[in-house]
Design a protein around this ligand. Structure first.
Ligand code: DGP
Length: 113
């Protein structure tokens, strides 16, 4: 079955893309939970954090760097932001393609859960 985020990475499905380079795509979440809510994904399909292998370490590191660059572009670096990866059912992962949520632009709840 076609993976939605693979289709966004390939351009087959439209999204509000804020960054695309080096095998990584960042785009605005369709249902933002904060003033800034961007998803950062590897273009190559990785189902989730549990499926990351040593061969993925470079691109997975790149996800964090691109998220930090996106935060700078959003102007939220100084006030802070949160990066989240949901893995599996209990975490509420709804799309089985690894993605980092970049959330910011307002105070975020603490503790985390
Ligand atoms: P998660 O629950 O961690 O699997 O997050 C999946 C996110 O993906 C969720 O915040 C909503 C977002 N999302 C789902 N479908 C689409 C879509 O078609 N386009 C965009 N831009 N975001 C989507």
């Amino acid at each position: 079955m076609a993976c939605l985020f693979c289709q966004i990475a390939s351009g087959e499905v439209a999204a509000n893309i804020v960054y695309k380079s080096e095998g990584v795509t960042a785009f605005r979440d369709v249902a933002p939970q904060a003033p800034t809510h961007i998803l950062v994904i590897p273009d190559r399909h990785i189902a989730g954090a549990a499926e990351v292998t040593s061969a993925d370490e470079v691109v997975v590191g790149r996800l964090v760097r691109v998220a930090a660059e996106a935060a700078r572009m959003e102007g939220i670096t100084d006030r802070g932001y949160r990066l989240i990866i949901n893995q599996g059912h209990d975490a509420g992962q709804s799309i089985d393609h690894l993605h980092v949520h970049l959330l910011g632009g307002r105070p975020l709840p603490t503790p985390l859960v």
